[in-house]
Design a binder for this molecule. Structure first.
Ligand code: PRP
Ligand code: 7HP
Length: 186
């Protein structure tokens, strides 16, 4: 029988509280606003995981920004391991040729998703291309990714919340927590 989902009860430990996340997001927004002052920045959110981060980050940025959305997928179904196969499910809506682009991600794990995306977006000839990620799991890296703006470096645990999912659930938690292993052992 399918086990009942318990949104908060399925979380073993809170890794980052809502306050910690919001504080760090505000700092990132301040730095980005300073670094890109006088430029017109395009934020490219990598859906679906980066949705809450993007929504909060863009509102802490005090310079004009354009936004665009891409959806890619590398974690099939309910897997906790990247399939390594990156698929574009939704492409950019506008040209980024000549633009200063900042990719907004929720997490870098193996790095395969961003490695693919960086090459793909470079091919569209932006003026500059940088990376902002809320979370980084350096222990899991298979390909080096140059991170320009980092929220938090985290240990090698499977986390959910603030956009991050397991089987498409838990994205609406306001904190980032470690999922109980029993949940994905089922
Ligand atoms: C997750 C996450 C990153 C990627 C990181 O996306 O949002 O995009 O995996 O993993 P990697 O560094 O090992 O490639 P996912 O494919 O699960 O899609 P989602 O954002 O819709 O949850
Ligand atoms: C992708 C992903 N999604 C949810 N939780 C994690 O810990 C993850 N790592 N990579």
């Amino acid at each position: 029988m399918r086990r009942q989902i318990d949104l908060t009860g399925d979380v073993a430990e809170i890794l980052l509280t809502e306050d910690q996340i919001q504080g760090r997001v505000a700092e990132l927004g301040r730095r980005i606003s300073e670094d890109y002052a006088g430029q017109e920045l395009t934020l490219v959110s990598v859906l679906k995981g980066s949705l809450p981060f993007m929504a909060d980050l863009m509102r802490t940025i005090t310079i004009p920004v354009r936004i665009d959305l891409m959806e890619v997928s590398s974690y099939g179904g309910t897997a906790t391991e990247s399939s390594g196969l990156v698929r574009i499910l939704k492409d950019l809506s506008s040209s980024i040729a000549g633009a200063d682009v900042l990719i907004v991600e929720d997490i870098i794990d193996t790095g395969l998703t961003l490695n693919y995306l960086i090459r793909y977006l470079r091919g569209k000839n932006p003026r500059s291309l940088r990376i902002c990620t809320l979370l980084d799991k350096p222990a899991r890296r298979l390909v080096e990714i140059p991170v320009d703006y980092l929220g938090f470096s985290i240990p090698d645990r499977f986390v959910v919340g603030y956009g991050l999912d397991y089987g498409e659930i838990y994205r609406n938690l306001r904190f980032v927590g470690v999922l109980r292993p029993e949940v994905y052992a089922d």
